[in-house]
Design a protein. Structure first.
Length: 304
C-alpha cells in the first residue's frame, strides 16, 4: 500500500517531541531543519526496515530501530538533501503488528519535521489493514479496489509508479494481480513523454521455485514494449544488486536498513539523483569499512 506521510509543521513536531513520541537516537541531528531546501532531483531510497514495536528488539544480533535512526540522520545531513524518502516494503518486523507501525512513525518523525514527504510501500512482512489503521490521518491515494492500491508520484524528471505486491502476510512470494497490472498499463500509456520508474517490494523472479514476484512475466510484458519505462526498483532480497533486463530496463535491488542474509552483503540506503538521461546511485553503507561503501554508479536510460 503506497502511503504518503506529509511533512510535519514545527508546532506539531515539537508537541510530539515533548510528549515523548520521538525516538531518542537522533540527538546529534539538527531535528528542525525545514529551512534547508531539498533538491527535487534527489531521492533517498530505503527497503526492509523491519521495525518492531519494541525498539530494542534484535534480529540475529542486529538492532533494526537504531539502524534506521542512523539512516535518517544521514539523510538529514546529506548535501544536497533529498526531496523525497521512499521505503520499498517490509516496514514491520515480522507480521505487521500495530505497534510496529506506531514505532516506525515515531522514528520517521525527524524526516517529516524537516519537510520531507515519505512514501511507504508494504511487503510480505506487513499487514495492509493494520498498517492503514495505524495511520488513518495519512494521505494515501484512492483505492481503486479494496485489496490493492497503487500510486503515481510525479517528479521533474520521472514519474514514479509505486505498486503493491503484498499477496499474504508472512508468505514470501508476492503478486501484483491482473487489476493492478491493467491499471499500470493504462497509466503508463497516459504518460508516455516522461521516464517511468517502477517501485515495488518483491523482486522480478522467473525461477521455478519463486520467492519473488509471481507474475513477473506479465509485469515485464507490460513494461518492455513501453520505452518510457527505464527502471524497476525493489527490496525483499536483503541485498544490494544491479542488473539489466534484456530490454534495457535497469533492475535496482535496494539494500536493507535492517539485517542481511549473508555477512558480505551491505546494510544501508541509496541516495539517487535523477538526471535527464539516467540516474546516479550513491550507496551509503552503515558500516563505513564495507568495500561497497560510497560506491557511485551511473545508469543511462534505454532509448526508444
Amino acid at each position: 500500500m503506497p502511503v504518503r506521510l506529509p511533512p510535519l509543521s514545527r508546532r506539531t513536531f515539537l508537541r510530539h517531541l515533548l510528549i515523548g513520541g520521538l525516538a531518542g537516537g537522533l540527538g546529534r541531528t539538527r531535528l528542525w531543519a525545514g529551512t534547508l531546501r531539498p533538491d527535487p532531483h534527489h531521492w533517498a531510497l530505503l527497503a526492509d526496515t523491519h521495525i518492531a514495536a519494541d525498539r530494542t528488539r534484535l534480529h540475529n544480533g542486529v538492532a533494526m530501530a537504531p539502524n534506521l535512526e542512523t539512516v535518517i540522520h544521514e539523510i538529514l545531513t546529506a548535501r544536497p538533501r533529498p526531496a523525497h524518502t521512499l521505503i520499498a516494503g517490509d516496514l514491520a518486523y515480522s507480521q505487521g503488528e500495530t505497534g510496529d507501525y506506531h514505532q516506525l512513525l515515531s522514528i520517521l518523525q525527524p524526516l517529516r519535521a524537516a519537510g520531507l514527504p515519505i512514501h511507504l510501500l508494504v511487503g510480505n512482512h506487513d499487514h495492509r489493514e493494520r498498517f492503514l489503521e495505524a495511520i488513518p490521518w495519512a494521505f494515501r491515494p484512492d483505492r481503486p479496489w479494496r485489496a490493492r492500491c497503487c500510486a503515481i508520484v510525479p517528479s521533474p524528471r520521472a514519474n514514479w509508479f509505486l505498486l503493491d505486491s503484498l499477496e499474504q502476510t508472512l508468505s514470501t512470494p508476492g503478486l501484483l494481480g491482473p487489476e493492478q497490472l491493467n491499471w499500470l498499463a493504462r497509466e503508463l500509456d497516459a504518460r508516455r513523454r516522461r521516464p517511468a520508474i517502477i517501485v515495488l517490494h518483491h523482486h522480478p523472479d522467473k525461477s521455478p521455485n519463486r520467492l519473488g514476484l509471481k507474475d513477473t512475466e506479465t509485469l515485464l510484458a507490460i513494461l518492455r514494449p513501453r520505452p518510457q519505462v527505464k527502471a524497476i526498483i525493489f527490496g525483499h532480497t536483503h541485498r544490494w544488486n544491479l542488473a539489466t533486463d534484456p530490454s534495457g530496463i535497469h533492475l535496482i535491488n535496494l539494500p536493507p536498513t535492517s539485517y542481511v542474509f549473508r555477512p558480505e552483503y551491505p546494510v544501508g540506503w541509496v541516495q539517487a539523483r535523477l538526471e535527464p538521461t539516467g540516474i546516479h546511485l550513491h550507496l551509503r553503507c552503515l558500516d563505513p569499512h564495507h568495500p561497497d561503501h560510497g560506491r557511485h554508479v551511473q545508469l543511462t536510460w534505454r532509448t526508444a
